[in-house]
Each structure stands twice: as C-alpha cells, then as structure tokens.
Design a binder for this molecule. Structure first.
Ligand SMILES: Cc1cc2nc3c(=O)[nH]c(=O)nc-3n(C[C@H](O)[C@H](O)[C@H](O)COP(=O)(O)O)c2cc1C
Length: 405
C-alpha cells in the first residue's frame, strides 16, 4: 500500500506545479467598486499567498457583463487587463500560483445592477434583482460558451496559472444541469445528456482555447455534487456528469461543491444562518422580504469538519482524475484525512478568510497538530459580500494593510 500524500509537498496540477496541495477557494471579495482590480483586491489575495497556500482563486471573474451576480464585479475586458496583471505579479512574488474563477451567473445574475439582460435555461424571476432572466436561445448559449474561451485566453495574457470554470451553485451551466430549473424541451433540456451539454461544451471550449494559446495553464471546474433541493441536481446525475467531463479530457481537476445560490445557499456552507445580517445588507422592501422568508431561504444545516466528504467519496471511488475536496476544511487532521481518502488537493474558504496566515502556522506546528481555526462558521462573512468581504470575528483581511504594489 502506498503512503498517503503529504498535503505540504509540491504537486502538479495539469501542466503547473504548486508548492503544496492547499488552494484558497473563491470567496467573492467585493473589492472592485469600478469592476477593476484595486489594491484592496490585491491585498485580499496577497495575504493568503504570503500565508502559505499553494494557489489562491480570484472569485468570480465574469465572462460577460450580464453574467455578473452584481454590477461591480469584474468582467473580462481589455480595460481590466493591466490590473489583473498587477494582481498575478503580486501573488507570484509571494511564491503562490493564482487561479481565475470564470463563469456566467445565469439565473443568479443581477440584471438590475448589471444593466444587462440575465439569461437562464427558461424565463426565470430573480427576487434579488426583481427582474426576469430571459430564456437563453441557441445563439445566447453559443455566445456564453465562446465568452468562456475568450476569458481563458485573457486569463493567460494576464498571467494566471489556472482557470476554474464555474459549473456549480445553479449559475448558468449548473442551471442547465438542474432538472428543477431547466424545463426546456429542446436539445438542451430533458435527458441528463442534453442538460449536460452546456457544461461539457464550455469546458471543451476553454480547453481548446488554452491549447491553442500554447501557454500551459491548468483548467479546473467547480461542480455541484448535489443542489440540496428536491428536484435539483442529484449526486447520481452529477456523478455521471463528472464521468463525462473526465472522458472529455478537458479538465485537470474537479473541485467538488454543493448547494444553490438561488434556492438553498446554506447547503454550501453549513453552520449558522445569518438571516438578520443578510437582510441588513439590503434596503427595504427586499430587507423586509428577506427577514420574513429568511429562515426558509437560509435553511440551516449542522456544520462539521469535511462536511462534503461523504458525497465526495462517491466521486473519488468512481473517477480517476484529480479531485479537490472542499467544505469545512480548517485543520491539519482534516487535510490529512482528505489526502488519506485519495483527494489530490484541499480547498479552503472561510478558514483562510478569517486567518490568511493559517497555512504557515499549521505547517510550522508540524507533528503537534495543535493549530485550530478561529472560524466559528457563523457565516456572517456571507452578508459582507455586499459591502467589503471580511471575517466579522477577526476583521481579516485587514483593509489597512498596504498592498505596496
Ligand atoms: C464570503 C464568501 C464568498 C464566497 N464567494 C464564492 C464565489 O464567488 N464563488 C464560489 O464558487 N464560491 C464562493 N464561496 C463558496 C466557497 O468557495 C466555498 O465553497 C465555501 O465557503 C465552503 O468552503 P469552506 O468550508 O472552506 O468555507 C464563497 C464563500 C464565502 C464564505
């Protein structure tokens, strides 16, 4: 029997090499008021990079203006390139790699703040934007797939080491996978094979763009194992989708996620449901609506370490490609468990938002394994994505820290 991997050894992810097997998961930064890179955004990623992660992930760089979950998010365009280059240079200077999460929010897109039409498998009402997403035509789908390829090309030009294609959380590709949302009767609806077409075409378009560009960057995807909603994406269907993605050969790894930003966000996070704080992030009448329906929308699930492991094991057993375990990873024991279970990387969100230097401290702690995260999974950070994303327990990332770049 071979010994389990050490999470702190260098590892390859497709064509790139990471100094360890720990990835900072995308946590939307809310640090781009002009939809352009700021020193704040650079600091947000420089801290975990200096803190020891192998790779940090820039959350949600939309492939088009209409694909944003809100209008201040960066979307790929020439004007954003100098800032993105400054960002990748700063992370490389800390010895870490940097990935760009690329995606289209589909029914989760905010048509009001984006000032652009939202697109979904079917006409769909988004209560956050109080707007309808439009039924995506064949041409719309082709445009969005092509926009992912363009985004990958731009990510290479900006110096990113990887792109993470967003196939989760009921965003565009994920909403097509969902039998609950995707009620189409054409070639993109009905059977799983049809519903998976958008996800597979998107990944292959990105892979082809990367191959054509000739610069070796990694291509990963963040895929829902389950939506946690009756009638939504099930583990069985998601596993089949993952097998097709593996067969297609477009990905260097899959990061396994769950939940729906549309109908069941807490399935993604587990722990406390911050209804009051979440409602407080909005103005009336939306605030009142969230207060009244909040307990239903933000349905609570108990938190425990590695809470997605049970489902992720099913994927590990049936797939041979590299997999990234996500969800409730905060200490060395859980990282070791992930390695022992055959996962190739771990991804961490909240624990690194709370303490960007956690990885260095866990590493320095060595065999003692005594370092514990201060993250209480109160999830109040979720409500801060509408202003400046931060941990309410530690105040991190410290906005006063000068990025110096
Ligand atoms: C404040 C915050 C913002 C997030 N933003 C994103 C995002 O933009 N894209 C995404 O795929 N996931 C996002 N997530 C989800 C995380 O990537 C991750 O899946 C989740 O937090 C579970 O991992 P954890 O237990 O390590 O925190 C966000 C999470 C938090 C807490």
């Amino acid at each position: 029997m071979t010994a389990p991997r050490d999470v702190f050894t260098a590892a390859t992810l497709g064509p790139i090499s990471l100094r360890n097997r720990i990835i900072k998961a995308a946590t939307f930064e809310a640090a781009t008021p002009e939809a352009l890179v700021t020193d704040d955004l650079i600091t947000y990623h420089r801290l975990p990079a200096a803190g020891g992660v192998g790779m940090t992930t820039v959350a949600y760089l939309a492939v088009s203006p209409g694909g944003r979950t809100e209008g201040k998010q960066i979307y790929w365009r020439t004007e954003a390139m100098p800032g993105l280059r400054r960002l990748t240079d700063a992370i490389h200077a800390e010895g870490a790699a940097i990935s760009a999460q690329i995606g289209h929010a589909g029914p989760v897109a905010n048509a009001r703040t984006n000032r652009a039409t939202a697109l979904a498998p079917v006409r769909f009402f988004n209560p956050m934007s109080m707007r309808f997403a439009k039924h995506a035509t064949r041409d719309d789908i082709d445009d969005i797939v092509a926009a992912h390829a363009d985004a990958a090309r731009m990510a290479i030009d900006a110096g990113f080491d990887a792109v993470e294609v967003h196939l989760g959380h009921n965003y565009f590709a994920s909403s097509f996978l969902s039998p609950l949302i995707n009620r189409r009767t054409d070639e993109f609806g009905g059977s799983l094979a049809n519903r998976a077409k958008v996800a597979r075409a998107t990944v292959l378009a990105v892979r082809r763009a990367v191959e054509k560009a000739g610069t070796p960057i990694a291509v990963t995807a963040k895929l829902n194992m389950a939506d946690g909603v009756r009638g939504g994406i099930s583990t069985e269907e998601s596993l089949q989708t993952a097998k097709w993605l593996e067969e297609d050969g477009g990905l260097d790894a899959i990061e396994l996620t769950a939940g729906s930003s549309l109908v069941n966000p807490m399935y993604l996070f587990r722990g406390d449901a911050p209804v009051k704080e979440f409602a407080g992030a909005f103005t009336p009448p939306l605030r009142w609506g969230i207060r009244m329906t909040g307990k239903k929308f933000l349905r609570e699930y108990p938190y425990h370490e590695a809470y997605l492991l049970r489902d992720a094991r099913l994927f590990r057993a049936e797939l041979s490609m590299p997999l990234i375990l996500l969800g409730g990873i905060t200490n060395r024991e859980t990282m070791d468990l992930a390695m022992a279970e055959g996962f190739d990387f771990v991804a961490m969100g909240r624990a690194l938002l709370a303490e960007p230097d956690l990885i260095n401290r866990i590493h320095a702690d060595g065999a003692q394994r005594s370092v514990r995260s201060v993250c209480t999974h109160c999830n109040q950070c979720m409500a801060t994505i509408y202003s400046h994303t931060h941990c309410v327990v530690t105040g991190s990332p410290d906005r006063q820290v000068s990025s110096g770049v």
